[in-house]
Design a protein around this ligand. Structure first.
Ligand SMILES: NC(=O)c1ccc[n+]([C@@H]2O[C@H](COP(=O)([O-])OP(=O)(O)OC[C@H]3O[C@@H](n4cnc5c(N)ncnc54)[C@H](OP(=O)(O)O)[C@@H]3O)[C@@H](O)[C@H]2O)c1
Length: 303
């Protein structure tokens, strides 16, 4: 298969590429970096430079691809939110996705499938309400971003392309994401829950993120929105306790709301808001999680 990937240099994207490199696929990565070729195992990965804010010759790379995998977007924890950062968070998702769909429309040989990343942020702050794919959307900034982002991806359906948008939860991986941020304070015996600790974390192990993102490639009937979260969400307090226990460290020192406010401003809500989200569609379709439970997921990650 020929697979075109945006965001392939990122936290999730690089794990996806590593996984895909085992198979005899042709991989083409659109990146803001230099065009180049790279050997991954027995495979050659082709990097094609693109400007994700403008049409260009990069569009030719879409022609003849079987699958387009869209994992692009400015990291929401990169810096403290202000109006400019919020605009970048929105634009770095909507504009590249719209341009990608336009390129699909122009392609003579169109892909059969577009998998475009989405996020559980769609649901906003829901305390302990049970959330499935049929739950309504939230009304905060991130929820609005996600609605527009998914909307941009589903425009590809007009070209006969199957579209799937995994609403990804908080990804657990050894060196990045949430673990990357929490690891140091825990190691220094200063770890604990963030905020009240009562908010639910829709966590997911990196291996399940990769397999879950690629799931629509292996299941031709699978399409549309799906929650890519573990089947057992836990509260932040339970998460901190389990993390401390795996690291053999205490977990009693809470990180106060104000500390996150200082670091991220309005962006703190991404961690302080909870979603008790369930992967109903994946479960109904028979997907088997490699790491459904937190303890074994953390043990695997930290070993
Ligand atoms: N990580 C999570 O826990 C999580 C949770 C829910 C949803 N998601 C979503 O999943 C996707 C991948 O997440 P990730 O954590 O792997 O992301 P990431 O590592 O922060 O970034 C992904 C890639 O996006 C490109 N990018 C970054 N800033 C950009 C900008 N301002 N304009 C255009 N492109 C930009 C970069 O690729 P180049 O430098 O090669 O151009 C980068 O490698 C994102 O859309 C994210 O919102 C992630």
């Amino acid at each position: 298969m020929r697979i075109l990937i945006t965001g392939g240099t990122g936290f999730i994207g690089s794990a996806v590429i590593k996984h895909l490199s085992i198979f005899p696929h042709d991989l083409v990565l659109l990146t803001r970096g230099e065009s180049r070729m790279e050997l991954r195992g027995a495979l050659t990965v082709k990097y094609v430079h693109w400007d994700p804010t403008a049409n260009g010759i990069w569009e030719r790379a879409v022609n003849g691809c079987d699958v387009v995998l869209n994992l692009v977007g400015k990291n929401v924890f990169e810096q403290r939110w202000n109006e400019t950062v919020k605009r970048d968070i929105l634009n770095s998702r909507i504009i590249p996705t719209t341009l990608l769909v336009e390129a699909i429309g122009k392609a003579e040989v169109k892909p059969k499938l577009l998998i475009s990343a989405s996020a559980v942020g769609y649901y906003g702050n829901r305390l302990d309400e049970m959330i499935t794919e049929s739950s309504s959307g939230g009304d905060d900034f991130l929820a609005d971003v996600v609605k527009q982002w998914e909307g941009a991806a589903y425009q590809a359906e007009q070209f006969g392309v199957r579209v799937a948008t995994p609403r990804i939860g908080l990804v657990l991986e050894k060196s990045g994401g949430m673990i990357g941020k929490m690891r140091l304070p825990f190691t220094l015996f200063a770890g604990g829950p963030i905020g009240t600790g009562k908010q639910f974390l829709p966590w997911i192990h990196i291996e399940d993120v990769v397999r879950g993102i690629l799931y629509p490639m292996e299941n031709e009937q699978f399409r549309s929105v799906y929650n890519l979260v573990s089947p057992y969400p836990v509260t932040m307090k339970e998460f901190a306790k389990a993390f401390g226990s795996v690291l053999h460290r205490p977990s009693w020192l809470p990180v106060p709301h104000i500390a996150l406010d200082i670091l991220y401003g309005e962006g703190a809500n991404v961690i302080l808001a909870g979603q008790k989200a369930y992967p109903e569609k994946l479960r109904a379709s028979g997907y088997e999680f490699a790491y459904p439970e937190l303890r074994s997921a953390l043990e695997n990650i930290m070993q």
